[in-house]
Design a protein around this ligand. Structure first.
Ligand SMILES: [Zn+2]
Length: 178
């Protein structure tokens, strides 16, 4: 099972410590980032990867709900097909990074997007406790890891999967005097 990330580590810290180490990502050892479609996140992710000089060493795939979307069977098939296509194009993907995020609409409506009930039977409330939200994302990501590894075992024998829960990308104004 993948190591659970520390909840206090930011994506920037993770990318610096794990992805940008000199012996890590390269054109021969690429990562595939899988993030949610939510508009608040892609630019943050790309900015960090660019700053760390990781352009050309990763590909980026988008599924609503990221790890949760990976449990929707038809979406999982599309993800696998794209990884197979990347490998054919000599994008040597050896690692997948699931980039879930807090306050995710997909996690509030799992049934509507076709997530099997044994993965998540009830959507998260909008005001869910952060610790409960964390545990839910961890559970969903942990259930996806063996499925993806089994499907890609032949093509990527030593496939590694990490999972991160991105923080909210919004600051909340408590009040504003006009
Ligand atoms: Zn989302």
């Amino acid at each position: 099972m993948a190591d659970a990330p520390e909840s206090t580590k930011s994506f920037r810290a993770y990318a610096t410590e794990v992805l940008a180490r000199t012996d890590k990502l390269s054109p021969q050892n690429m990562a595939l980032l899988v993030s949610c479609m939510d508009y608040r996140y892609p630019h943050r992710i790309v900015d960090v990867m660019d700053e760390l000089g990781l352009s050309g060493k990763y590909d980026h795939f988008v599924l609503a709900g990221a790890a949760l979307g990976g449990h929707v069977q038809s979406w999982q098939d599309v993800l696998i097909t794209h990884i197979e296509a990347a490998l054919l194009l000599e994008h040597h993907i050896k690692k997948l990074v699931l980039l879930d995020h807090r306050d995710c609409g997909a996690y509030r409506h799992p049934n509507e997007i076709g997530v099997p009930s044994h993965i998540l039977d009830k959507g998260l409330d909008k005001d869910i406790l952060p610790s409960v939200e964390f545990a839910c994302h961890l559970s969903v990501a942990e259930k996806l890891v063996p499925v993806l590894k089994a499907r890609l075992k032949r093509l990527i024998p030593d496939f590694k999967i990490d999972a991160i829960l991105l923080t909210r990308d919004e600051d909340d104004v408590l009040f504003e005097e006009k």
